[in-house]
Design a protein around this ligand. Structure first.
Ligand code: AKG
Ligand code: FE2
Length: 305
């Protein structure tokens, strides 16, 4: 008899008959301690909350503490620091613990202090930060980390959503995942109008367009430090999958975007004034949530190579 023709009355093989779930090692439940510092999971598969740490601007942060925080960032995807951990004027120096700050603003998100830029609800009219993305995924060398500091958090709403895009990849059927790994896509900074909407001056716009040509990138990216595979295609920048018909490209990207949004791998980070956040763009995807109309929201942002 054809091996595919199986009688249906026998009990189903639950593992073969249902979609994949995440391996237990991707979940974080317990607290981790290092001296006075404690890291609690923010959600089961993405994010950690750092407690018991206070950034001292006048004394070098000990190497072992810095290494602990850095390793934890690679483990949790993002780390949040509770209000009181970092003073607003120390934000850029704090962020420098994880990498070298590089200015990455535009007229809508202008320079704040030093190399940081501001995300200010009073000024920023572009809304591309509310579309799922990986920062600067349209560049040859995108930034590793992004850090934010809340100078003014809205009382209601205005959170930042995170997806663990490594875990999202691990939700895929392995054969399908292996196929996706063979594909490249075009990431285009202006796919959803980020560049066009940021510059009113035609010459500056032309210059910005020239500096950010569409780029061929892998659909699945390998983290250079951990070796983990991340779904790299993101809604804000992905234009098309190369080498397949338009309809296939649309559907493949649609599946990737659906997986990024799986509640199993997502969480909403809720801001408090004085809180800081840093994430590894090689692990997570993120987006803001626009549900705070009429309230002020002011974040300072450091981009780290
Ligand atoms: O507004 C937000 O919560 C997201 C900001 C963002 O995308 C970024 O800072 O890179
Ligand atoms: Fe972003």
């Amino acid at each position: 008899m054809n091996a595919l023709l199986k009688p249906l009355h026998r009990p189903a093989d639950t593992e073969l008959h249902q979609p994949r779930i995440l391996e237990p090692e991707l979940y974080r439940y317990g607290d981790v301690r290092y001296g006075d510092i404690r890291i609690k999971p923010y959600s089961p598969v993405v994010g950690g909350v750092v407690e018991g740490f206070r950034f001292q601007p006048d004394a070098p942060t000990p190497d072992d503490v810095r290494t602990f925080l850095y390793r934890s960032l690679l483990e949790y995807g993002f780390l949040s620091f509770t209000p009181g951990s970092i003073e607003p004027e120390d934000f850029e120096r704090f962020a420098s613990l994880f990498g070298t700050p590089r200015f990455a603003g535009n007229p809508q998100a202008p320079r704040a202090v030093g190399e940081t830029n501001a995300i200010d609800s009073a000024r920023k009219k572009t809304r591309t930060n509310y579309i799922w993305h990986i920062d600067q995924a349209y560049r040859e060398r995108p930034q590793k980390f992004t850090a934010l500091y809340a100078l003014k958090a809205p009382q209601h709403g205005g959170g930042t959503l995170f997806s663990n895009a490594v875990a999202a990849y691990r939700l895929l059927d392995p054969k399908f995942a292996a196929y996706l790994e063979t594909l490249t896509i075009i990431h285009n900074a202006d796919q959803m109008g980020l560049v066009s909407m940021s510059y009113a001056d035609p010459e500056r716009l032309a210059q910005a367009r020239y500096e950010t040509p569409p780029l061929e990138v892998p659909l699945v990216r390998v983290h250079p430090e951990t070796g983990a595979k991340q779904l790299f295609a993101c809604e804000l920048y992905a234009q098309r999958v190369l080498g397949v018909p338009r309809v296939v490209s649309d559907h493949l990207l649609g599946i990737v975007f659906e997986f990024i949004k799986s509640p199993e791998v997502c969480t909403e980070y809720r801001w408090e004034t004085g809180a800081a956040l840093i994430w590894d763009n090689r692990i997570v995807q993120h987006r803001g949530i626009f549900n705070y109309a009429g309230q002020d929201r002011l974040l300072h942002r450091a981009v780290l190579d």
